[in-house]
Design a protein around this ligand. Structure first.
Ligand code: NAP
Length: 250
């Protein structure tokens, strides 16, 4: 019951999988969560193949509150505490604002922000238990650069990610003195399946890698309890520049 442990949502692919791998390398036992049970089991078994802390996996949708309770119950029974919660599961989708339907919006709200708020609240007891045992705990929320600066055709997604940034700031205000450190990670375009709509115009080699994001999460786990990183923005070189602002390389 004394080893450090992590819960990572959206852990079967892309950023969540890379973060899971980095945390395991750092010695965290893992509880990996995602929807598709086959893909998740394959990812967990691949990580568990090497020597190291245990890798558990739970399949379900974070949009379903009962699944969030299942994650918390499993973590409570298996570890009795939680050192790092990584709220990473997310859904995107490109639509002009006039084409956004209630279903499209509700799914993004449920996965990208409702689950983040609810799961964090449900994990507070476990996080506080880790603080009592080991001095600190963390919540890392995967937001997006789109949550810092809204993007055309991503208005509802940008709004949910701005909400993740705001929620993380509030967490910081509410919990920092209790030893629970909150970080919002805001990456630009990352080479995962979520980047597929951009592949015709942007080469994979010009995208941020899932490993880049995992490395900044790893860094936050290595800091002293006295040091908090509330927000990290990762950008590709031309992100946030207007085309006319892009300068030739010198
Ligand atoms: N890729 C980018 O350019 C980029 C940039 C900034 C931020 N982000 C954010 O990074 C996070 C990870 O995205 P990614 O790029 O790594 O995409 P990804 O490779 O498509 O991975 C998404 C993960 O989330 C899981 N997921 C989706 N809906 C879920 C649900 N309802 N319940 C549980 N799990 C669910 C997926 O599992 P299933 O396949 O089983 O559903 C998968 O494991 C997201 O929050 C995303 O918004 C991505």
């Amino acid at each position: 019951m004394s080893s450090r442990s992590a819960v990572v949502t959206g852990a079967s692919s892309g950023i969540g999988l890379a973060v899971s791998q980095a945390l395991r390398e750092e010695g965290f036992a893992l509880t990996m969560a995602a929807r598709d049970p086959v893909k998740l089991a394959a990812a967990a078994h691949a990580l568990a193949g090497s020597d190291g802390p245990p890798v558990h996996h739970l399949a379900g949708s974070v949009a379903d509150e009962a699944f969030l309770d299942e994650i918390v119950a499993f973590q409570t029974q298996t570890f009795g505490s939680l050192d790092i919660l990584v709220n990473n599961a997310g859904v995107s989708g490109h639509r002009l604002v006039g084409d956004i339907t209630a279903d499209f919006l509700d799914n993004q709200l449920a996965v990208n922000i409702r689950a983040v708020v609810l799961l964090t609240g449900k994990c507070l007891g476990l996080l506080k238990s880790a603080v009592r045992q080991r001095g600190s705990a963390q919540v890392v929320n995967t937001a997006s650069n789109a949550g810092k600066r809204g993007e055309a055709t991503l208005s509802s997604y940008s709004a949910t990610k701005a909400a993740v940034v705001g929620f993380t700031e509030s967490l910081h205000d509410e919990l920092a003195t209790s030893g629970i450190r909150a970080t919002a990670v805001c990456p630009g375009l990352v080479d995962t399946p979520m980047a597929d709509p951009f592949r015709d115009s942007i080469a994979a080699s010009a995208m941020i890698t899932p490993r880049d994001v995992a490395e900044v999460v790893r860094m936050t786990t290595r800091l002293s309890a006295a040091c908090i990183v509330p927000e990290i923005v990762l950008l590709r070189p031309t992100e946030w520049l207007q085309p006319e602002e892009v300068r030739p390389a010198v």
